[in-house]
Design a protein. Sequence first.
Length: 407
Amino acid sequence: MPLFKYTAMDGSNAMKEGVVEDIDKPAAARKLMLQGFRPLEIRPYSPDSRKEISLPQFLHFRSHKITRLEIDFFTKQIALLLNAGLSLDGALRVMKNHSQKESFKEFCGSLERKLKEGKSFSQALGDFPYFTPMYINIARAGEEGGILPAMLMKISEYQSTFQELKQFIISASVYPIILLLVGIVAIVILITTILPRFEVLFQGMGQQLPAHVAVLMSVAGFVSNHLIVTLLLLFGPVALLVWYLKTPEGRRFYQRQSLKVPVLSGFIRELETTRIFRTLEVLVNNGVHLATALRICAGIAVNEQFQHLLHRATEALKEGQRVSAKLKGEDLLPALAVDLLSIGEESGRVGEVCGQIANHYDQELRTRIKRLISFIEPAFILVIALVAGYVVISMLSVILSINEIAG
């Protein structure tokens, strides 16, 4: 007879797992109930299924991971199913049964089991690394207020807003990156393929080359004969820099210094301002206390300087001070954003004002990106044209001078 692996609760409400043998799932469930268990999950089991080969497991690692897109889908679908009248565990069961991905089925099934153990939805979400503190706190506010579907839709809108901004930045960066790569490839081909042919021609004519052309030909010869060494010299320092910036010390160094670079600092300030005030808007408008919202924002902010700023603002709020007064003394957030927040605190409309601030700086950020891209594209074209033009003109000048001497 087939084997079935089960998850069940015993008489003392303790979770039990094991294997039972019977003709089918219903028969296995009846057998467990006769033994005093309440089955939560029963699935086919094979002893060979425990044997896993390491290589395929490595190759299929990503298929066992819950992605950000799947979490967004999960949020929207749970909200829709709850609005349709299903209970929370019923909605999870429907999603588990209709999913084609095994890891997502396991995720929904695990959430359902946690609910049956007596945990609230927000507590169950806290057991998974896929959910931010903001997500969990808004879900908790929805549970306490009896408006969980509406709160989940708010989370979905929040996630969509930042996903849209992320896609905008990526889309705007694609063309300049392609342009730069094409230019680099063209210059490499010019140096490694075309210039060595001119070198043979010049040597055959026996004429002394101008100094700058001789240096250019030497560089071309070295690159064509030692391509791997050249690539290491060019990209090795870049790789080391990237590795250093990924270390905690390098990350802190970058976060401090990036706020001192004129163009980059403006981009970072507007991005962090948008992220912080959008999060504050969603949390405060959905019943989360401002001190809790600030603490959550400190965890969402990427730059360490902004994290410390929000922690200080949280402590100031607990001491009875206004948040805007604390933020005004720092030179991180834009002055306009802090002044508007002060107005929101005075009028009691902090959530609404935070939304207006986030909308304003979201638009400012998009405008800044468009301007930067519109400058970078012609700059790349100009640099590539100057390099290629210098090489071509240098070669032509030598050829013309040789022809004049020969004439």
